[in-house]
Design a protein around this ligand. Structure first.
Ligand code: PEP
Ligand code: CO
Length: 447
């Protein structure tokens, strides 16, 4: 294939910052290129295999994390909290679905954000927007908002530190099923949720105990779990710098999985051209404007070989649009014999602004898009291979509803995100229970 990591450079490109000093950017990228990879090709190939299984309904993808990671969140407690909620959700899902859960964190590199406007008004002054910590600073001053190349190195180092700590935690027994104390529920106060969860843990420990007593399973698989990293492949100079050739194949070794956002998936654009040549699984966000023909052309452009597990179509239609927009897309992909896995991001099509001007999402709408998406796949004989959430392990108040029944008035209490509103700890766990219930029903209905 006539492809190189820089092939996107001559093409139209969206959502890039303007670097004033091109040479300084070049020097930073040279330094990034010389640093060791964050992941290795074998892990990427493994993830592709796992996602191929998920596409066939033999595993379930759980992808989640912050909308935007901040450099300041690269701390022990923040990483532990995110890992903990991901592990607890995946445990609940495994229980419901009785199949392996593929855990992909939106973590260790989710530092660049697409924005709907390139400037914003602050006190009567037009400032460049904040584009994520790898690009500029959120402080509302012209100097802070300048795109600074050195931030790319900082992003690399913080990604490395995050991934290193996450791997060490898992290696050190953080997800060990024998230690239910690691599985405690933190600040969940809702009695129902606690009771269901504790019952699940008890039954699971009983099952672990039983399996081990038969000698059928090695302890290792119960002691730790696989975790993969992912971020949006937005800032292509950085992604290019992390892309290397290994035995004649190109890998982006900055993350296991990358995705192309709804705003950068133009068929003839730079992001699609870049995504085409790497071995990594690539997610593509699909919003309500997508048509069946455009979808098929896009799939052909990103993955002409149609390998299972290489592309995950992450639909984010909005609770109302999903029922009408999704079925024609599913049908077209099936008719064309496409092997992509489908996932649902029920967050990005359901962002609303309260009368007080706060960006939020309603738990019931998020759930509704998820249900509608399940229904659409089930009706078409297709498979919903997984889910994609913006969530945090902290007790924030950014989305309304859920087990704590948060209202608009609660949002000001602990609203922390600088980007999109995330499910908090209790809302995330509740979502996992609802999902597990649905997966369980589906499993039982198939006998
Ligand atoms: C995101 O995942 O944070 C995002 C911006 O999503 P989308 O491209 O689907 O709008
Ligand atoms: Co977002």
């Amino acid at each position: 294939m006539d492809w190189s990591p820089g092939c996107w450079r001559s093409l139209p490109i969206e959502q890039q910052p303007c670097y004033e000093d091109g040479e300084a950017l070049g020097r930073v990228l040279t330094r990034v290129r010389a640093l060791p990879p964050l992941v290795v090709p074998g892990e990427i190939d493994t993830l592709r295999g796992r996602l191929a299984q998920a596409g066939k309904g033999q595993a379930f993808l759980l992808q989640g994390g912050d909308c935007a990671e901040r450099f300041a969140d690269c701390t022990r407690t923040a990483i532990e909290a995110k890992l903990k909620i991901l592990m607890q959700m995946s445990l609940v899902l495994t229980w419901g679905a009785r199949m392996p859960v593929v855990r992909v964190a939106r973590m260790a590199g989710q530092y660049a954000k697409p924005r709907s406007q390139s400037t914003e008004q602050v006190n009567g002054q037009a400032l460049p927007v904040y584009r994520g910590d790898s690009i500029n600073d959120i402080a509302p001053h012209p100097e802070a908002r300048r795109a600074q190349p050195e931030r790319l190195l900082e992003a690399y180092y913080r990604s490395a530190a995050t991934l290193n700590f996450a791997r060490a935690l898992l290696d050190g027994g953080f997800a060990d099923l024998h230690h239910p104390d690691h599985w405690d529920l933190g600040f969940v106060r809702c009695g129902d949720q606690r009771a269901v969860y504790n019952d699940l843990i008890e039954r699971m420990l009983d099952a672990v105990n039983f399996v081990e007593s038969t000698g059928a399973a090695g302890n290792e698989s119960l002691r730790t779990v696989e975790l993969f990293s992912s971020h949006e492949a937005l800032l292509l100079p950085y992604e290019e710098a992390l892309t290397v050739s290994v035995d004649g194949r190109w890998y982006n070794l900055g993350a296991h999985m990358l995705w192309i956002g709804e705003r950068t998936r133009q068929l003839d654009g730079a992001h699609v051209a870049y995504a085409r040549g790497i071995e990594n699984p690539v997610g593509i966000k699909i919003g309500p404007s997508m048509t069946p023909d455009a979808l098929l052309m896009l799939l052909e452009a990103v993955e002409p070989a149609n390998r299972p597990g290489r592309v995950v179509l992450i639909t984010r239609m909005g609770a109302d649009a999903a029922a009408s927009r999704l079925p024609p897309l599913i049908a077209a992909a099936a008719r064309a014999g496409r092997a992509e896995a489908w996932a649902c991001d029920p967050m990005h099509g359901n962002t609303v602004t309260t009368p007080q001007g706060v960006k939020t999402r309603r738990f019931h709408q998020i759930l509704s898009e998820l249900e509608t998406t399940f229904d659409a796949h089930q009706a078409a004989g297709s498979v919903l291979a997984g889910v994609h959430f913006e969530l945090t392990g902290d007790d924030v108040t950014e989305c309304t509803g859920g087990p704590q029944e948060l209202s608009d008035a609660d949002l000001s209490r602990h609203y922390q995100t600088h980007c999109d509103p995330r499910l908090n700890y209790a809302q995330s766990l509740e979502m996992a229970f609802r999902l597990a219930h649905r997966l369980r029903q589906h499993r039982l209905s198939r006998g």
